[in-house]
Design a protein around this ligand. Structure first.
Ligand code: PEP
Ligand code: MG
Length: 869
């Protein structure tokens, strides 16, 4: 016989697959002796079996449910339909991974025309009893029978209007009794039958509804977006009801054991007195901050605080806890690892480590790349922000900053995104149906709801900036809203600051680096675990500063051809390559040397004496040629040449296959004066900065595209001669190194020969991949994506290092190079180096550093540490 049902006292937190996250944690908390309302779980296996067997609960399942209900009756002293002490339960979904609000819940199940009277009598509060019953009718009607919630709500609105009342809490027992009758009538009319009075029948139908909800479209969308398998199924938790709406000493709320937005220590959350759970998450009434509970119900607040601490220690993570207080007695309804912003994720892990709740290895392993990346997300520029006045504000639910066009429905947001627009979703409140719209948005704004409302929780989980509960926002319909007198039309550009909760009209410029303390602390820890250093690929002073701020130990690749893309420089470069003779070339080079020297001085000033590798020009020359007759004409005018001259020269230099043509050190062989100019500028700039600042600078000059030792030695000798002349008159000596990129398969095979002349190697895996796989860097994305779809390739080799081919060549080159020169410094500066999967392979190679774009540095360091712990 299959066991389809487990009492809470039978399970544990390890059984998430079978009992779902919520069920496993309820069982665990029961085991810990915490005040959990008693109950049982119908397993995920039962769900899958049910869904595969034509959506029918089997007799065996029903039997086991009845047995569990009986045991629950023994534990609680309450039974279904009892005339004195009726059992009432909640029915909630709970899959292995938390899917907030995606599936369904029914509360107060077990109420019917008889038991509602008993509840009224026992509680001495008929108003409460009828309110509970109408909630059951409404939830059951909606969740189990698919009726519209709005149809139910309309009845309440009409009744309030008829009596001139504004709020639900002004309705009396008689009013709720009337609503109950109207609801039952509505049910009868829509469903063509009576609302089931038998609690067991209610229970079976509710269990089926939860099982079915696994396949509703919003649950499917959520799973797709979060990469959750469709094959897991959901468990159903049936739990004795406790009532937060029993009067002024009752309440319900949701707390996080730490602040989920920023990570600060201490309880963070909200509660409502005299309310049921759904009131808090639905965002219909505005809840109070949890700290107020310390004044309203101090004992319960203290107990809640202690339990949260105990749960944090037990689960070794920040907890998201739902609780209810029924007439002064605290119950814990749920705990789970809390969703948090990326910023909070890092801060919390660091604190948990400091508080010795987790050790250093766990700290390293538990940091997720997405949190690290998001912690580096742009914010608005401080100065620009100060000049602006927000026209609206609300609760800062999820930090970050975003600019985009306002859309008022998930659908129009999704369509706008498909048209290529950046979208801000503006809603009264969000519901799980909006999930697709939220996912495509840069930010989400709502007019209602608190920090634990759906919009807040979902946006935070997805790392999307969000401001909720903007009181002055009045969403009129699906194409416009007002804020006081201002109208916001669909498509209006808004800037949203999720950290301050402020919203502005128009665009605000973004700041790029947010360099946080947490990052510094993490870097210090990571650095202890890996001997491989991380440098930055950067050549502008700004990128160099970013790289160093993000932990680079130096600059691994400054590409000098990038210095010639700007319009004036481009013209000078064209003059150089279109020159008719050496004299003309030397003329241009003289001018270029002055600007290049200044470029290099900036680099040295920015790199603060850290190792700096400057690569000599590596342009596929073809890229710098005029592209059309019109451009030839323009260039001719600018350079004072004839059109025919320029066109002829351009035709001569044009290449069919420029990536395999006139590039890299071939330029240095054919026009030695160009590389000589650069080498002179590099050492002279270093010398001057050293003199001006006193910082020791040791330039690393890197030669690209080498295929042969003689070729390399030839170029080295040519530039070294120029360097010696250039430094001859200087009184101090300058230490410099000349090394090479290893980016051609042949260079790997002859690495031992090249190593005789080179001071260092740096693998250019972009070209090495291109040459090894015969896949063009520029033209192959389509082929690669087809290969990925067909599962011929596992990863894009330009993103994840190809171990079998490129990796094998690198191993060979390292081995051969070090045979000749055991001190040979070896780095990698291709794009793939920083990918976590590449690092898993690179970590075991005898290399000194990897070099990557500045924003990837923290993640590269983290991956190195994670690969080593
Ligand atoms: C490389 O080829 O990997 C490299 C770093 O050089 P580039 O991308 O400039 O060709
Ligand atoms: Mg290259």
């Amino acid at each position: 016989m299959n066991q389809w049902v487990y009492l809470f006292s039978e399970g544990s937190k390890e059984q998430k697959d079978l009992l779902g996250g919520k069920g496993a944690n309820l069982a665990e908390m029961t085991k810990l002796g915490l005040p959990v309302p008693r109950g049982f779980t119908v397993t995920t296996e039962a769900c899958l079996y049910y869904l595969n067997q034509g959506n029918q609960l089997t007799d065996e399942m029903k039997m086991q449910v009845i047995t569990a209900v009986k045991k629950l009756a023994d534990q609680t002293g309450k039974t279904f339909n009892d005339a004195k002490n009726p059992l009432l339960v909640s029915v909630r979904s709970g899959s292995k991974f938390s899917m907030p609000g995606m599936m369904d819940t029914v509360l107060n199940l077990g109420l019917n025309d008889q038991t509602v009277e008993v509840l009224a009598k026992n509680s001495q509060n008929p108003r409460f009893a009828y309110d509970c019953y109408r909630r059951l009718l409404q939830m059951f009607g909606n969740v189990v029978m698919g009726m519209e919630t709005a149809d139910f709500e309309k009845k309440i609105t009409a009744l309030k209007k008829a009596h001139g009342l504004a709020y639900d809490n002004e309705l009396t027992a008689l009013h709720w009794q009337q609503i109950v009758n109207e609801y039952k009538e509505l049910y009868r009319k829509k469903m063509n039958r009576e609302f089931p009075q038998d609690p067991i029948e209610q229970l079976y139908l509710a269990i089926e509804a939860v099982f079915n909800s696994w396949n509703n479209s919003r649950a499917k969308t959520y799973r797709r977006l979060h990469d959750i398998s469709d094959d897991l199924g959901t468990a159903v938790n049936i739990q004795e009801m406790v009532f937060g709406n029993f009067g002024e000493t009752s309440g319900t709320g949701v707390v996080f054991s730490r602040n989920p937005s920023l990570g600060d220590r201490g309880l963070f959350g909200e509660y409502l007195i005299n309310a049921q759970g759904e009131d808090v998450v639905a965002g219909i009434r505005t809840p109070k901050p949890i700290q107020v509970l310390a004044e309203e119900l101090p004992e319960q607040f203290q107990q809640l605080k202690m339990i949260c601490e105990q749960l944090e220690h037990h689960y070794q993570d920040m907890q998201d806890v739902e609780f209810t207080i029924e007439r002064e007695k605290l119950f814990i309804l749920q705990t789970r690892n809390g969703k948090r912003t990326s910023k909070a994720a890092l801060a919390i892990l660091l604190d948990l480590h400091k508080e010795q709740i987790i050790n250093e290895k766990e700290l390293i392993q538990r940091i997720e790349a997405k949190d690290l990346a998001a912690a580096l997300h742009p914010n608005f520029e401080e100065q620009a922000l100060q000049k602006r006045v927000a026209f609206l504000s609300g609760l800062a639910a999820s930090p970050g900053a975003a600019t985009g066009a306002a859309y008022f429905s998930a659908e129009s947001a999704t369509e706008a995104k498909a048209r290529g627009e950046r979208v801000i979703l503006v809603r009264e409140e969000t519901s799980p149906e909006d999930i697709e719209g939220i996912a495509v948005s840069e930010a989400v704004i709502t007019s209602r709801g608190g920090m634990t409302s759906h919009a807040a929780v979902v946006a935070r989980g997805m790392g999307i900036c969000s401001v909720v509960g903007c009181e002055h926002l009045n969403v009129l319909n699906e194409s416009r809203a007002t804020v006081n007198e201002e109208m916001i039309e669909e498509g209006a550009i808004l800037s949203v600051d999720g950290t301050s909760g402020k919203i502005y009209f128009g665009e605000i410029p973004m700041e790029e680096v947010t360099h946080t303390v947490a990052l510094d602390e993490l870097q210090a820890i990571w650095d202890q675990y890996s001997t491989i250093q991380v440098r930055a690929n950067a050549e502008t002073p700004r990128d160099i500063a970013t790289g160093l701020a993000l932990g680079a130990t130096g600059i691994g690749l400054a590409r000098t051809e990038h210095m010639f893309f700007e319009k004036n420089r481009l013209l000078q470069f064209r003059r150089l390559i279109l020159a008719d003779n050496l004299a003309e070339r030397l003329d241009v080079l003289k001018e270029l040397k002055t600007v290049q020297k200044q470029d290099f001085k900036f680099i040295y000033q920015a790199s603060l004496g850290k190792a700096t590798t400057i690569r000599l020009l590596d342009p596929p020359l073809h890229e710098f040629l005029p592209k059309s007759s019109d451009e030839c004409r323009e260039v001719a005018t600018e350079l004072g040449k004839t059109f025919n001259e320029v066109e002829r020269k351009t035709e001569n230099l044009a290449e069919v296959n420029p990536m395999l043509g006139f590039r890299g050190l071939r330029l240095g062989v054919v026009y030695p004066e160009i590389y000589q100019m650069q080498a002179e500028a590099i050492v002279e700039a270093a010398y001057e900065v050293m003199e001006e600042t006193g910082t020791v600078i040791q330039p690393e000059i890197m030669i690209p595209f080498t295929i042969d030792a003689t070729e390399f030695a030839h170029v080295r000798q040519s530039i070294e001669a120029a360097i010696i002349t250039s430094l001859a008159s200087k009184k101090d000596s300058l230490n410099y190194q000349i090394g090479t990129m290893i980016e051609m398969p042949r260079a790997c095979f002859v690495a031992d020969e090249i190593a005789q002349y080179a001071d260092f190697f740096s693998f250019g895996t972009n070209d090495l991949t291109q040459m090894t796989l015969g896949l063009s860097r520029d033209d192959s994305p389509r082929i690669i994506s087809e290969y990925l779809d067909a599962k011929i390739l596992k990863d894009d080799p330009f993103q994840v290092l190809d171990e079998a081919g490129v990796g094998a060549l690198m191993k060979l080159a390292i081995e051969r190079g070090r045979q000749v020169n055991p001190q040979l410094k070896i780095g990698i500066c291709g794009e793939a180096a920083a990918h976590p999967k590449s690092i898993a392979f690179l970590k075991d190679l005898a290399i000194d550093y990897i070099s990557c774009s500045p924003f990837r540095i923290p993640q590269a360091k983290m991956s190195l540490a994670q690969a080593k712990v």
